[in-house]
Design a protein around this ligand. Structure first.
Ligand code: SF4
Length: 298
C-alpha cells in the first residue's frame, strides 16, 4: 500500500503521488494534518467524558461544495508529519485519556495512517480506532483496514448520483457508499459499548439532511432498513449550514426548514429504527462547533 498508482478511493485516479503527481483530492506523498485534540461534538459513545481523540486530516476524496471543513478538506491547509510524528499525536491523545482515535477523512493517507497506528501500538498504546468518513470509500481500501479499524462512522449523504455529482463531484457516490457500508457492517458489526457506555466497535450511519434534498435522506433510511436492518445505529443530523461555495447551488444557501427535517425524522420512526440519535433542530438552536446536541432516540 503506497501512493504510486493511487486508487485509495473510488475515484481511482491512478496518479503517482510518490512522483509528485496529484489526483482529485490534491494530496501529495507527505502525510498532512490540519489539527488534532479531544473533541466533544461527536455522538455520546464517542465523546464520552474525556472527548474523542480527533485528528482532522488535510484533503478529502469527496469534493463537497458546502463543506464546513473546507480550509483543510478542500483547500489543503495543514502541516506535514512523518509517521513517527503522527504516532506521537496518537500517543498524546491516549495520554489525555481520550476514548478513541478518531480519524476524520483519513482515506487519502491510509498507508501512513496504518504505519503510524502500528508504531503507537508497538509503543504500548491502544485506543479503539474510529474511521470517520463521508462514506465515499472503495472496498479494497476497507479490506486493507480490516482488523485495524474498530468503529466506522459513515455517511449516506445522497441517494441520487445527480446530486452527488453536482454537489460533491462524485458521480458514483451512491453505489460506492452503499457497498462500503455493507462491507463495514460485515467487518465490525453493529455498535457495541462498554459498561460506561463508551463505544468499542461497530458502525454508525450518519444521515445529514440537506436543504431541498430531504427526500434523499428518507430514501437512504429506506435503503438502510431494507439492506442492513433496523438494528443499525443511525444519527440523523440537522446541522447543515451554508458555507464554502454552497450559495452557488439551488437551495443550498439556506438552513433546513423544520418541516423537511421532521419529515426525515418521521420516516426514521416509521421504519422502526430504534438505535441511535436524532439531532435537535439546529436552525432553532444555533450551531456550536464543539457541542452539538443529540437526543438519544432510545
Ligand atoms: S485518494 Fe486522492 S489521488 Fe487517490 S484515488 Fe482518491 S482522489 Fe485520487
Amino acid at each position: 500500500m503506497d501512493y504510486s498508482d493511487c486508487k485509495l478511493c473510488p475515484r481511482a485516479c491512478g496518479v503517482d503521488r510518490e512522483a509528485g503527481e496529484f489526483g482529485f483530492c490534491g494530496a501529495g506523498s507527505k502525510l498532512k494534518i490540519y489539527r488534532y485534540g479531544p473533541h466533544f461534538g461527536e455522538e455520546p459513545p464517542f465523546s464520552g467524558e474525556n472527548g474523542s481523540g480527533t485528528i482532522f486530516f488535510s484533503h478529502c476524496t469527496l469534493g463537497c461544495q458546502y463543506c464546513q471543513n473546507f480550509p483543510w478538506s478542500q483547500d489543503g491547509a495543514g502541516k506535514e508529519y512523518s509517521c513517527e510524528e503522527f504516532a506521537d499525536i496518537l500517543i498524546g491523545l491516549a495520554k489525555e485519556k481520550c476514548h478513541n482515535w478518531n480519524l476524520v477523512s483519513p482515506t487519502s493517507w491510509l498507508p501512513d495512517v496504518k504505519n503510524g497506528i502500528d508504531i503507537a501500538k508497538k509503543a504500548g498504546f491502544f485506543l479503539p480506532i474510529l474511521y470517520n468518513t463521508s462514506g465515499f470509500e472503495c472496498e479494497k481500501s476497507l479490506d486493507d483496514m480490516a482488523g485495524i479499524v474498530d468503529i466506522y462512522v459513515t455517511d449516506l449523504r445522497y441517494s441520487k448520483n445527480e446530486s452527488a455529482k453536482e454537489l460533491s463531484g462524485a458521480e458514483n457516490y451512491v453505489e460506492s457508499a452503499r457497498a462500503a457500508l455493507l462491507k463495514m457492517v460485515e467487518q465490525v458489526g453493529h455498535l457495541r459499548v462498554d459498561a460506561a457506555g463508551i463505544a468499542v466497535s461497530g458502525v454508525v450511519c450518519r444521515i445529514l439532511v440537506l436543504p431541498g434534498r430531504a427526500d434523499e435522506a428518507a430514501d437512504s433510511l429506506r435503503w438502510l432498513k431494507e439492506n442492513v436492518g433496523r438494528d443499525i445505529h443511525i444519527s440523523v443530523m440537522s446541522q447543515y449550514t451554508p458555507t464554502y461555495n454552497a450559495c452557488e447551488f439551488d437551495e443550498m444557501n439556506r438552513m433546513l426548514y423544520r418541516d423537511e427535517y421532521e419529515m426525515v425524522c418521521d420516516v426514521a420512526e416509521e421504519l422502526e429504527f430504534y438505535n441511535g440519535w436524532i439531532q435537535d433542530f439546529i436552525p432553532d438552536e444555533g450551531v456550536d462547533d464543539e457541542l452539538v446536541g443529540y437526543n438519544m432516540k432510545s
